[in-house]
Write a protein that binds this ligand. Sequence first.
Ligand code: PEP
Ligand code: MG
Length: 829
Amino acid sequence: GRILVPYGQGRIRGLGADELGAHGAAMDRLVALGLPVVPGLTVPARTSASLCEPGTAEAAVDLVEQLSGRRIGDAARPLLLRLSASTPTEIAGLPPDLACLGVTAANMDALCAVIGRADALHEVWAATVRMIAEYALDVPAAMLDDASLDAPDPRTRIEALLDLTARHGSRPFPDDPAQQLALAARAVLRRWDSPRARRSRKAQRLPADLDIALHLQALRIGPADHSGYGTAVSRHPETGLLSPHGSFFRGVRRSAPPPHTGEPLDRLAGGRALLEHALLTLERHLHAPVSVDFEVRDDEISLLAASAQQRPPLRASVCLAADLARDGALAPEEAVLRIGPAQVQELLHPRLRLTGGEELLVKGLAASPGAAAGVIVLSSERALEVGADGTPVVLVAHETTPADVPGMLASAAVLTGSGGIASHAAVVARGAGRPAVCGVDGLRVDRVAGTVWFGDRVLREGDTVSLDGRTGAVYAGRLGVSVAAPPPELSTLLDWADGMRRLGVRANADSAAEVSTAVALGAEGVGLCRTEHQFLGERLPLIRRVLLAADPAARDEALTALEHAQHEDFRALLAAVGNRPVTVRLLDAPLHEFLPAPGDASDAGEEQRAAGLREANPMLGLRGVRLALSHERLYPAQAEALFAAWADVAATGVRPELEVMIPLVSMAEELAVAAVYVREAAAAVAARTGVVVPYRLGTMIETPRAALLAGELAEHAEFFSFGTNDLTQLTYGFSRDDVERQVLAGYQERGLLTASPFARLDPHGVGALIALAVERARGVRPGIKLGVCGEHGGDPESIAFCDGLGLDYVSCSPHRVPVARMAAAHSAP
Ligand code: PEP
Ligand code: MG
């Protein structure tokens, strides 16, 4: 009585998965949930060897006959048995199931006639006979292999196996079902003890003496038209919606699914509703997407096995989490915590469909997520030409500069030989939501010849490549790209996430279009508008003329043109921002990005002036506030354009919360001078338009000195935004454009760095400077508004760090906004 435990009785007898195995425990659970299970019993671990005894085996056969209401050998409602094994948790390397116990030479044809498909029964029975012969009746494996190989037809193979057993086995193969079962149990246990199985346990770090429970199930034979078996998962793998997905097979169940694909579940007719009910019930119980094995008999379904689905598709997990919370089975907060920020990222970006046969050309830095396939173009001009009719193009360049931005925007993806995670190409690509791979070693672009070398493989402009900005891989040819939109449940989870987080999430956006994208993705405002990005491509000369003006009159003219252009840009930007906050940063134009290349100036005088402005270290040069102090009309012109634009949109009833920000400050005096420019501009606009524009003035903290002197800066600043790109560059002294290519890999090999400090904020150095600046700033101005607008603002770990410091918000590229919202919800106390 204690040895044979019918499905559903284990719990009542105080047995758990340790004794019942994962399968027995699962069947118990199904019974407890009121779901129909196939009749059967468990022989608990530790006592499982007793099933090898004839008396126990006979009792087991009787019990299953009783539970199923059928008898072995009954012609009208035939019954066979299936023996399987399980351990407390699911593992690899369990002995195969032995099915169709109860078949004899005498009843075989009648059984085949009932099923209507002889081959299925023969195939399964041959496998059972073979394993019993080898493991319980000691027929040498080599002989069995020959017998099996010689007879491709399973019926003949059965004859050969029985004949071989009669001649070489310890005894002939029995016809009695109980004797067959006792031998089958012995075969399973011996197989579990075989050196091969022990090796497999060792490889999985499982104890060598791990016990298995045995399970005996009824196999109720019926006509193939109305009987069969199948497997189903609770959720559609593409959409994630609750909808049984799987297939079923007619005939007798095998150990492994047959090579042909089964029939779709909608052919199950009446059984489908029950399957849906079972899957839903199980999901609510397990709080996970589930999979079941089931048997169909006379169009009715009973369950053979059920478990939480191993590695469920992400969409299934997302939809389930939302469903469980909507049904009250989980709190919304718990549902949110089930989906990580990295998973949000994964759902939002397209991916390459890899088949295994593709040619990997190179691997570079994963600079901007997403995937694309397109025609190679080697210049921005070609990108605009070829891309004009909608042809997807991949812009391949050694590096990109502001002049390339229109071409980058016209491209489906960007690939560069140089540059790191915070390089121009990477920042622009992420901002625009284009996948990018940067810093590819061995990438050589020959624009004149129209060729590009990937190591020693050469492709031409016009050839096709595919790239994955999440892995950095570049492939030859056009691979498929999956572009499935995220499920609507993601928005539900993100809305709940918004209710949980303390930290604000803004976007870095430079144009009205980017602002609209960012707002649609849930940004609460703009944390950084880089005004130099408004002078890209054909508008580059507007800045260039200011920088290279031959005399004050020419400079004033250039500044007026710049101011007009900015006025329009700002008007559109502010209208898109609406009543939200927006931080507009005055120009930070590293000169090398804006000066003509040597030989490209329009005349000899300009060439000479450009040469005079070239710097050995442009990132440490005349940029940010330094440029403004040497071109004194620059910031006033910009600020006047900004305030005038604000007055324009205010006339339409929109009042953006304007924040004016000064870049690359390292001394309080610089900020004080810049503040005067801005104040005077506001006064000038007020005098001209009658509108007093409300605004706050603040600064970026991008230099270590600024961080150290944050207290003094706070005297002049109503807010700080930490520019962690430059702050990282200057704290480590790592070039943000080169470090990943030149230093990072070697440092990672030595274990000195795990990730690029430009991708993940360094908490010890850069982070310590930020913490110190926060403390000093709050000491002087307790309510000072603090944010981060470097690329770290979109990185989940860095976001958690910022949350820990009590910053007010992070700002990241529009396409990372949902990731940041989720990360901030996860880091909330
Ligand atoms: C920064 O330095 O972190 C920053 C946001 O400014 P930029 O990337 O434009 O230098
Ligand atoms: Mg900066």
